[in-house]
Design a protein around this ligand. Sequence first.
Ligand code: FAQ
Length: 139
Amino acid sequence: MKNELVLREEEWMKNNRFRDLIGLQIEDIGDGTATLSLAVQDQLLQGAGMVHGGVITTLIDSVIGSAVRSVMADHMVSLTAELNINFFRPATQGRIFAEGRVINRGKQLAVGVGDVKGENGKLLATGRATYVLKEITKK
Ligand SMILES: CC(C)(COP(=O)(O)OP(=O)(O)OC[C@H]1O[C@@H](n2cnc3c(N)ncnc32)[C@H](O)[C@@H]1OP(=O)(O)O)[C@@H](O)C(=O)NCCC(=O)NCCSC(=O)Cc1ccccc1
């Protein structure tokens, strides 16, 4: 059964069409942690047969963002202010998994880290991102 944080994140992300486009799935959300996954598909590959760096970047930003939202109030929104990634190994097949966690949650800024691993547990990429936390303002 899905926990409350997963249901909340699904509700938050229901209008995020880009995540749907690449097939991003929520595996688990905890208190300041998140796990997402993605099936490697032909349309996600770049010319040399590796998952496009933009997809890996999206996965890392998404998993850290999910971890940050798990420790954020409903009336807040998180916006990526900075993102840094190392691509260690190419992803070419199977399913890839992203694990994220918040390392510091301030009043206005939150910083988190995320790893992308293959089915064999090998580290493919790692990243760190900073988010600005803002109150949602109604128009
Ligand atoms: C080919 C290479 C980059 C380097 O491998 P090699 O030449 O075989 O190097 P070797 O393994 O011999 O290591 C030498 C030393 O360097 C270290 N080290 C190695 N790598 C890193 C690192 N990244 N960061 C930091 N350090 C690193 C390593 O530990 C070792 O250290 P040591 O000397 O022992 O102290 C490999 O890491 C790879 O395939 N990565 C995946 C690339 C991939 O899938 N990209 C996405 C698709 S492209 C795309 O779509 C573009 C795009 C992007 C973004 C947005 C939009 C578009």
